[in-house]
Design a protein around this ligand. Structure first.
Ligand SMILES: C[S@@+](CC[C@H](N)C(=O)[O-])C[C@H]1O[C@@H](n2cnc3c(N)ncnc32)[C@H](O)[C@@H]1O
Length: 379
């Protein structure tokens, strides 16, 4: 059975699915889901690029930030440092961080106890090979977060990939967007919200939403942050993603929502899906395209604060990486390796690229309010 048939059967048997349930199956069905089937979906051979795919520079710069965090937690005297990466895919970012730490920050390298958290079994199975000689640093490769972390919880582009609900405001009040069948085609259907949590979530944000407005409410992102915050005994959380504060995300400038699909480096369309002609792109190609939505940083920050985390900064990626000295030792040579490294840094830092679309949320627990180098760049 294909994933499309499986989803259609579920709708016939149980009625329309929420957007979150559809996205959960399309991305994470254990054997047919988009992320479940292969170790890594990004990069030139994949469907879209993350900062990790640009080259090892992103991980090397993160290693500087993590080394500072290690020192703030007591350095070698602290008796080890948990580095937990969530949504780690095949472990490429961890590998880049460990490569840089081994050469540039040996004390930090020796302290690292690495845990990779990843739902995709195919991705988990490939992590040891990616880590190579650093596999001895890996204490766990798991589907779920460890119970107690003393160190850092790190995630790059995890929150945008969590299954989200979609809602719309009507003259009659808030309605949810469901996925139904029209003949054999998937179609959007609005109906009363599947859970009161959606209205509660929006009420807490105290927004004015006009009829016709549509957007996403990512309850799973809030739950993930709450649980991660609870597992952090002492240390930092560093979340990189693309998003907006709630008042910008839930405004007219994003009044049709931010659900987006990627397939072979193109924004997906239903026209090239043999069975789903027309309709919204996110209903096409279940299991073979990415579906993503922008992060509501306000809700993420609020959830973290409620669990005792302190906000230490929310710079965009450009300023974060400049604070870490991204351009301080940029290679100047005309050889191919130097040119490649300059181009990679440009993609990561220059406004208009990943630098301005992505932000870095820096949080701390039981660490005071240090100014981190990633949050220190002044224009
Ligand atoms: C957009 S990819 C980002 C991969 C990698 N961090 C990078 O930046 O290249 C999101 C990853 O998060 C994983 N994922 C999704 N939900 C997760 C969860 N609740 N816990 C751990 N990993 C999850 C997916 O399987 C996928 O590998």
């Amino acid at each position: 059975m294909t994933l499309r048939e499986l989803i259609a059967c579920r709708i016939r048997a149980g009625g329309p699915l929420t957007t979150a349930d559809f996205m959960g199956l399309a991305l994470y069905h254990p054997s047919l889901g988009y992320y479940s089937r292969v170790p890594r979906r990004t990069g030139r051979a994949g469907d879209f690029f993350t900062s990790v795919d640009v080259g090892p520079q992103f991980g090397a710069l993160l290693a500087r930030q993590l080394d500072e965090m290690h020192r703030l937690l007591g350095g070698p005297a602290a008796n080890g440092f948990d580095l937990v990466e969530a949504g780690a895919a095949n472990g490429q970012l961890a590998r880049d961080i460990l490569d840089a730490a081994e050469t540039d920050f040996p004390e930090f390298y020796r302290a690292i106890r690495l845990t990779l958290v990843e739902t995709s079994a195919a991705a988990r199975a490939s992590q040891s090979e990616t880590l190579g000689r650093h596999t001895s640093r890996l204490v766990a490769a798991s589907e779920s977060m460890p119970e107690r972390v003393q160190g850092v919880i790190l995630a790059n582009e995890l929150l945008d990939a969590l299954p989200t609900h979609a809602v719309t405001m009507t003259a009659e009040g808030l309605r949810e967007i469901f996925v139904d069948l029209e003949g054999n085609q998937f179609a959007e259907r609005t109906g009363p919200p599947s859970t009161p949590d959606l209205a509660r979530h929006l009420d807490r944000l105290d927004l004015r939403l006009s009829p016709g407005w549509r957007g996403e409410v990512n309850l799973a992102a809030v739950t993930w942050v709450q649980e991660a915050a609870r597992s952090l005994a002492r240390g930092f959380m560093l979340l990189v993603d693309y998003g907006h504060p709630a008042e910008a995300l839930y405004s007219d400038s994003h009044g049709t929502g931010t659900l987006t699909t990627f397939r072979r480096h193109q924004v997906g369309t239903p026209e090239d899906d043999a069975e789903q002609r027309g309709g919204p792109a996110w209903l096409a190609h279940p299991g073979t395209q990415d579906i993503t939505a922008h992060v509501d940083w306000t809700s993420v920050r609020t959830a973290a604060a409620a669990e005792g985390l302190t906000m230490l900064g929310l710079p965009d990626q450009t300023h974060f990486l400049l604070g870490l000295g991204a351009l301080d030792d940029a290679p100047t040579g005309a050889d191919t390796a130097s040119v490649k490294r300059r181009l990679a840094l440009k993609t990561l830092v220059v406004p208009g690229g990943l630098g301005s679309t992505h932000q870095v949320l820096l949080l701390g627990k039981a660490v005071g309010t240090p100014t981190l180098c990633g949050g220190s760049f002044k224009t």
